[in-house]
Design a protein around this ligand. Structure first.
Ligand code: ATP
Length: 446
């Protein structure tokens, strides 16, 4: 079992590299641990995930707005948020080779012990110690006078420090939320499992401000748990691979009143966090009020009450979502040529929604007609041109990268204007009018 799972991960890493989804960061210089570069297809997948998030969390709602804060912030932000003091992971160090791993990573520890066992040495660990995860940077142009700042360890604080700005500029009423997507950086002690734990990654978050009440905040927490779980399900993630898990008391962040994770059943050690949904209470706005001296309370016009709102947060990783969608969609199916490798990504997430082929690349009349259709469709969907090799090979190539529909322009097209559309999952083909393609695809995308 473990072997098959490990195999699956190797296959996904290899597919990601081979077809241009994800490359190791700075690869030609030997790499930089914990960094990854998204290639031509990876950037499309990731952008689709972020677009779907934005659509569901901002565009389709009336009670949220979006924003985009700077990565570099005043160091006081991180004092106020507690990150300089408490953004730590407990770490143990191997007494033999001094390698450090997270104290809670049982698998990592066992794998490390195995290495020493083979060398016939019994390994032992130090007591857990705390390590700060904030990445430091130096800002300013004069040597010796540079200011130490941090690359944000989470995108959350950029929203809270703008609570008043957003309130004043939008006249939103509580309950309302602020959505943000952006990069975060952490000095992860043990980056690994492909992109799962990286040192630079992207987060997609909602900070939802509610009345300071236990009952109201818990109601909102339940609502957002369901909303976020349904988002993954709607985008095709398999139900049996997702679950909720409530944090144990000793796992909860310093500010959390309640904390749940949406977990994915991964091939690298079972259930892993994909997204966190937390009741942060009034921690953030109270602390920023105290540290900045700016009153971040809210005045409720209806009840004439003034209060510091509580916050329900949903915080997901874009890279983790991309990785789990890749894993979830990866299929090997027996077929007449042996095995068909197909990436069953939801049409809204697939890098290309469609590919178009002229049946024969050396027949100008077919190529010209296919080009016309390609140009027409380019404005309404991400479409890929492919005229290399025979049709069977082109289907295989598109299956591997998850393109849900392949359109072939053949001699019949020249006669009656119809094309063949082949479905990635069922491999069924149907003929439809080329003028109806856009509507056809729009229906399929719903
Ligand atoms: P973990 O326990 O796995 O380190 P966390 O509880 O520290 O995660 P949060 O601080 O709640 O994570 O961050 C919210 C989300 O950001 C996570 O659910 C995850 O999807 C993403 N994330 C956090 N750390 C990383 C990382 N090092 N690499 C990639 N994504 C990450």
């Amino acid at each position: 079992m473990a072997n098959t799972q490990e195999n699956l991960m190797n296959k996904i890493v290899s597919l990601a590299k081979r077809r241009g989804f994800i490359f190791p960061g700075s690869e030609i210089y030997g790499g930089l641990a914990g960094t990854w570069d998204y290639g031509p297809l990876g950037v499309l997948l990731k952008r689709n995930i972020k677009n779907e998030f934005w659509r569901a969390m901002v565009e389709e709602r009336d009670d949220t707005v979006g924003m985009d804060a700077a990565i570099l912030m005043s160091p006081k932000v991180w004092e106020a948020s507690g990150h300089t003091a408490a953004f730590t992971d407990p770490l143990v160090e191997c007494k033999i080779c001094h390698e450090r791993v997270r104290a809670d990573e049982q698998n990592e520890k066992e794998a490390h012990e195995e290495i020493h066992k083979k060398e016939k040495v019994a390994s032992s660990w130090t007591e857990p110690r705390q390590f700060n995860l904030l990445v430091e940077a130096a800002l300013g142009s004069v040597e010796g006078k540079k200011q130490t700042v941090y690359l944000r360890g989470e995108i959350t604080q950029g929203v809270h420090v703008n609570f008043k700005n957003v309130l004043d500029s939008t006249w939103k009423k509580i309950p309302f939320g602020i959505v943000q997507v952006g990069k975060a950086f952490r000095n992860e002690i043990t980056p690994g499992n492909f992109t799962f734990r990286s040192r630079e990654f992207e987060q997609m978050e909602l900070q939802y401000y509610v009345k300071p009440s236990e009952a109201e905040s818990m109601k909102q927490l339940d609502y957002w748990k369901e909303e976020r779980m349904n988002w993954y399900l709607r985008l095709g993630m398999r139900k049996e691979n997702l679950r909720f898990r409530e944090h144990e008391n000793d796992e909860q962040a310093h500010y959390a009143k309640a904390a749940w994770d949406i977990e994915y059943s991964s091939p690298f050690g079972g259930w892993k966090e994909c997204e966190g949904i937390h009741n942060r209470g009034d921690w953030d706005l109270t602390r920023h009020s105290q540290f900045s001296g700016v009153n971040l309370s809210y005045f409720d016009e209806e009840t004439k009450e003034r209060y510091i709102p509580w916050v329900i947060e949903t915080s997901g990783g874009v890279d983790r979502a991309a990785l789990f969608f890749l894993i979830d969609g990866y299929c090997e199916e027996p077929d007449k040529d042996g095995v068909r490798l197909v990436l069953k990504l939801h049409p809204r997430l697939a890098p290309y929604q469609a590919a178009i082929f002229p049946l024969l690349a050396n027949r100008p009349e077919l190529v010209d007609r296919a080009r016309q259709i390609y140009t027409m469709m380019k404005s309404s969907c991400a479409i890929c041109w492919d005229d290399i090799g025979n049709i069977g090979k082109r289907y295989r190539r598109q299956d591997e990268i998850g393109t849900p529909f392949c359109i072939t322009v053949d001699f019949e097209t020249l006669e009656d204007g119809t094309v063949t559309v082949r479905d990635r999952d069922t491999m069924q083909q149907e003929r439809i009018k080329s003028t109806e393609l856009e509507v056809y695809l729009r229906d399929k995308m719903r």
